[in-house]
Design a protein around this ligand. Structure first.
Ligand SMILES: [Zn+2]
Length: 315
């Protein structure tokens, strides 16, 4: 009924490919040391308790058939919140982390290049825009996948429209409240994850629906706040028709690396790599660092017949 047994066949292979690539992931997690966390100074136990865009989904029948992807690469109908709870609640959470089963890290084996994935986290100190970074991508005509959190989208609507309209960029889903995606409230860097399947569903689909309804964006990839997930949540994301996407190269460690380090990280990217950085922190080293790396990175890839590509070009 849920078309639920189609995803696992590819899951293991993707994970294996990513794991084989070399793994800068151990260095530091994406939004880890980033103050753009969903936690408030009040220490609210669960950021997911904040009502998301879809509380009504709990009781009404699936309210947003418009989200059904047209690409054919995902399930025919998006699982409702009720169905997700019925399917996943009570099942073992599995491991929790950056590289757990079900999360894609690198690109599929046949990919002809590497991918830049850049997050916009939102939140009290995370609502900025790194114009230097985006300008550099446009100058060099470098495609990128932009993971946008709902908090950032809501205060930067004109920018989202502008970025979504640019064929260079693909918009992806970086969550609703920027919580780690978990089924039992597991925390990453002391940031509590979603505490139930229902909350995890809202964390994914709140922003998924918002991007679709407000901007006409059908995101195909999901990355949680802090990039941490448990296996059960990752499986749910797949069943929702999205690919849980992390990374193999940490470009900026939550926008904390100096520009020179960002440059070195980016310049070292090779075939199949997925680099993670941030485009919401204009005062970080990310924009300058990536801009400095692009000419040599592009040349190095080009010499091997490779290029920088969007995630959708590879999956
Ligand atoms: Zn983030």
């Amino acid at each position: 009924m849920h078309a639920s047994h189609t995803a696992p066949a590819t899951m293991g292979r993707r994970l294996f490919v990513g794991a084989a690539l070399g793994l800068g992931t151990a260095i530091l997690a994406s939004c880890a040391v980033d103050p753009n966390s969903p936690s408030s100074p009040t220490g609210a136990p669960s950021p997911s308790a904040t009502p998301s865009a879809t509380p009504a989904a709990a009781t009404s029948s699936t309210p947003t058939p418009t989200v059904t992807p047209a690409s054919g690469s995902t399930a025919a109908a998006v699982m409702s919140r009720q169905e997700a709870v019925a399917t996943f609640a009570g099942r073992p959470a599995g491991a929790f982390g950056l590289e757990v089963k079900g999360i894609a890290l690198g690109l599929p084996e046949q990919a002809k290049g590497a991918a830049l994935t850049l997050d916009a986290c939102g939140g009290p100190h995370g609502e900025g825009f790194d114009a230097v970074l985006i300008k550099a991508l446009r100058k060099h005509q470098v495609p990128a996948t932009l993971f946008i959190n709902q908090r950032w989208a809501k205060v930067n609507t004109a920018l989202v429209e502008d970025l979504a309209a640019d064929p260079l960029f693909e918009i992806a889903n970086h969550g609703t409240s920027h919580a780690p995606l978990a089924s039992r409230g597991q925390a990453a860097y002391k940031i509590p994850g979603t505490a139930s399947i229902a909350a995890a569903y809202d964390e994914v689909m709140g922003n998924q629906h918002y991007l679709a309804e407000r901007f006409g964006i059908e995101a195909r990839f999901f990355r949680s706040g802090t990039a941490h997930m448990d296996e059960l949540s990752a499986k749910m994301v797949r069943e929702l028709g999205l690919i849980p996407m992390n990374f193999t190269v940490n470009l900026d460690a939550g926008a904390t690396f100096p520009a020179a380090t960002v440059t070195a990280q980016a310049a070292g990217m090779g075939r199949g790599d997925v680099g993670i950085g941030h485009f919401n922190r204009p005062n970080s080293g990310t924009g300058k660092g990536v801009a400095a790396a692009l000419p040599r990175l592009l040349e190095a890839l080009d010499s091997k017949g490779l290029a920088l590509i969007k995630l959708s070009d590879a999956f």
